[in-house]
Write a protein that binds this ligand. Sequence first.
Ligand code: NAD
Length: 362
Amino acid sequence: MTHRITLIPGDGIGPEVTKAAQRCVEATGVAIEWEEAIAGSYALKATGELLPKSTLESIKKNKVALKGPIVTPIGKGFRSVNVGIRQALNLYACVRPAKSYPGVKSNYKDIDLVIIRENSEDLYAGIEFEEGLKETKELIQRIEVLSNKQIRPDSGVSIKPISGFASKRIVKFAFEYALKHNRKKVTAVHKANIMKFTDGLFLQSAREVARDYEGRVNFEETIVDNMSMQLVQKPHNYDLLVLPNLYGDIISDLCAGLIGGLGIAPGANIGDGIAVFEAVHGSAPKYSGLNKVNPTAMILSAVLMLDYLNEKKAALKLEDAVKRVIAEGIDVTYDFKANPNDPQAVGTQEMADAVIKKLTKV
Ligand code: NAD
């Protein structure tokens, strides 16, 4: 069967790493028809839009996309295209495995965690009020009346909505993922001691859902600050973490740090019957066009995609090829070398070539 996949190269280092991943997927022999679509700064130049409707339509039609990173300017300009795609397609679950590969420089060994982050609400809902605007002043006054608490008049305000519906949905997704992938424990991460009505609702929903899985998957709960320390001190005590949006974003980068950095951290954004696969890292603009960065995170995101497409054998084969290239430590990018200036480090496409060679040599 031929799979039709939307391919979004993104911007910055996106086109380089997606090209590397695309070539590796093709080398597995799985039949794929790619439909290229644009988003981000290239789309803005070509169409005047950051996220053209045709790109969203392509993902909706094909149901699966492989996406490169896209730049988001801090504080001004457009809201993140990445968040826009997740919201427009209702990709409510972000799945980020963090797994150690022998040969990667890291202070930790044998890490095998999965982070499942709620993708649709929380402080990422995009409900923000800019400092000084009339609406913001009105909102501040209204909040003061309703809550009897003072907010400084020169404040900006971001709203943190967390619903029982989305919390239950993500925790159920986490438990189902645990069952499917043979994970033994789900840890719900929160700050319910302080944010009683948002994180508190998330936690209450998690406890409710967990009851349905009693005897099949263990459940525990941990406060996010404690979780951060525990992950640094005893990461092996954890298996699968489920978190609201903002904590999920931060903790998944922390976990990427445990396994050797963003260069090897893959991810997926999943909704009901639709999924977009992308690396955890961003568009690293300073490396753009240099054929220098590590393609592993993007190739491992393609491994997750193959697994999702039920191409299990190809997924395992590709992951194994990546693992062997990293373990040998020869045809790898600068960030895998003991000395990042090692002249023996290869470029993005050359590392992909080495993976392809391993795939084709049985
Ligand atoms: P970044 O992940 O782009 O880069 C941070 C640093 O991590 C880089 O300077 C580099 O040293 C390292 N790095 C990242 N990817 C690497 C790779 N493949 N190989 C080797 N090293 C790698 O984070 P940033 O600089 O905070 O963000 C840059 C832009 O990307 C921002 O506009 C941000 O909003 C955006 N972003 C996009 C996504 C996405 O598209 N999903 C995700 C995160 C950030």
